[in-house]
Design a protein around this ligand. Structure first.
Ligand SMILES: N[C@@H](CCC(=O)N[C@@H](CS)C(=O)NCC(=O)O)C(=O)O
Length: 185
């Protein structure tokens, strides 16, 4: 069975959420990061950098939350993906982890980056429920997780972006979200 390695309040919750959405069997291995379990040889054999999340799927090991999301989308989505679909998923997952995450959570970037990023996202969610239209995809897990981390971590006024707030709320009410990221696992 696929194993997801994570720690309390870690980015493993993003992958956890997607596994719940996919409804595939998996085991969540919760490392005691306070005790440095992620830096022990057993885990370093999976991710030599000692960061979570990582997965082990059969003999295959993979780390970096974005890479894991894309692998899961590719392997476990109900229909097979075209090159274009795969590329658009990569675009949004990289946007979430590289551009949106650092634009919001790196304080030095926030004033400059956050308004332009959230204004455009607000525009998108004013037109459609999900990033790619009417269908929830892995892109929403990547971007939605970063957005929903905001109220968990920071006190920011998002009221200028009502469509983003509504999107965050819709996502946070999904049963798979409630079973995973909402518990801050
Ligand atoms: N870009 C990586 C970030 C991984 C990361 O920094 N994980 C943190 C937990 S959220 C971690 O493992 N920290 C432990 C450490 O640095 O010792 C990803 O998205 O997977």
């Amino acid at each position: 069975m696929l194993k997801l390695y994570g720690g309390a309040r870690s980015r493993a919750s993003i992958v956890h959420w997607y596994l719940e959405e996919l409804e595939i069997p998996y085991e969540f291995v919760k490392l005691d990061m306070q005790m440095g379990e992620h830096l022990q040889p057993e885990y370093l054999a999976i991710n030599p950098f000692g960061k979570v999340p990582a997965i082990v799927d059969g003999d295959f090991k993979l780390w970096e939350s974005g890479a894991i999301l894309l692998y899961l989308a590719d392997k476990y989505s109900k229909s097979s993906l075209s090159s274009e679909e795969r590329a658009v998923f990569s675009q949004w997952v990289l946007f979430a982890n590289a551009t949106l995450g650092s634009g919001i959570f790196v304080e030095a970037n926030r004033e400059r980056e956050m308004p332009r990023l959230l204004t455009q996202l607000n525009e998108i969610f004013s037109q459609q429920p999900f990033l790619l239209g009417d269908k929830f995809t892995v892109a929403d897990v990547a971007v939605g997780a970063i957005l929903n981390y905001i109220p968990m971590i920071l006190k920011l006024d998002l009221s200028p972006y009502p469509a983003v707030l509504n999107y965050m709320k819709q996502l946070s009410e999904r049963p798979a979200f409630q079973r995973s990221i909402a518990k801050r696992t």
